[in-house]
Design a protein around this ligand. Sequence first.
Ligand SMILES: Nc1ncnc2c1ncn2[C@@H]1O[C@H](COP(=O)(O)OP(=O)(O)OP(=O)(O)O)[C@@H](O)[C@H]1O
Length: 261
Amino acid sequence: MDLLLDQVRVDLCRNNIVKDISLSVKKGEFVGLLGPNGSGKSTLLRTAYRVIKPTSGTILLGGENLQELKLSESAKALGVVSQFNHLNFDLTVFEIVMLGRTPHKTALSTDQPEDYAIAWEALRQVGMEDYADRSFTSLSGGEKQRIILARTLAQQPQILVLDEPTNHLDIKYQLQLLSIVKSLGIGVLAALHDLNLACMYCDTVYVLKGGKLAASGPPDQILTPELVRDVYEIDCSIYKNPATGYLSIVYCPGHPVGAAI
Ligand SMILES: Nc1ncnc2c1ncn2[C@@H]1O[C@H](COP(=O)(O)OP(=O)(O)OP(=O)(O)O)[C@@H](O)[C@H]1O
């Protein structure tokens, strides 16, 4: 299944936050959404997963207009891991992961053995089987993030939208989360702050600046010191790391470009 955004504009409180962005996420493609704080990444993602209605433009999910799809259909197809996971229900970890099966059920259907098996497999994928009986609210920020990913894996979505999914995770689990997501073989749209992780995992990146598209393409073709300086106002050097084969970005200490000394 593909996700296509065509000339999407989003106004919030009369401010134009997202300015006519077009992008595509194809089956199996890992697409990164980059840009500094306040550049419109979360707003664009929230529009893509149907929390915000676009002011103009079109979003197609599997070729169908997202706004015209039944909510139950888009809920089944689109998985979301967002930045904020303030769930205050007193549920166990396993119960949270089982919530991922909800979009696949009708009002009267009960949990089937297959649902339990899928939820256990999702917990196993994030390495959290031993936490199944723990209260979700007792977990650390990083553990919560991994359980939210497991819930989303249990949903078996066809497109995954991630808003800063590596927040709270130490480097091992940042790499684990992105590797799991990449291995799913579905379309992924992820807002990322870490440009080095973007270079390692993204097939394509879209870079936002002030709600507009500043650049798009494969990271090794478009991430240049000039682009980083223009978008993030910071100097850096970029080289191909012989150990990984990916670009590595090293930020220069000192003053951001244009800052008063
Ligand atoms: N409901 C709203 N009303 C008015 N402005 C808003 C609203 N929601 C977000 N904004 C503004 O829109 C801009 C883009 O915010 P958004 O959260 O999309 O940026 P972002 O790129 O995800 O930032 P960050 O990297 O800090 O998470 C910001 O200036 C924000 O203050």
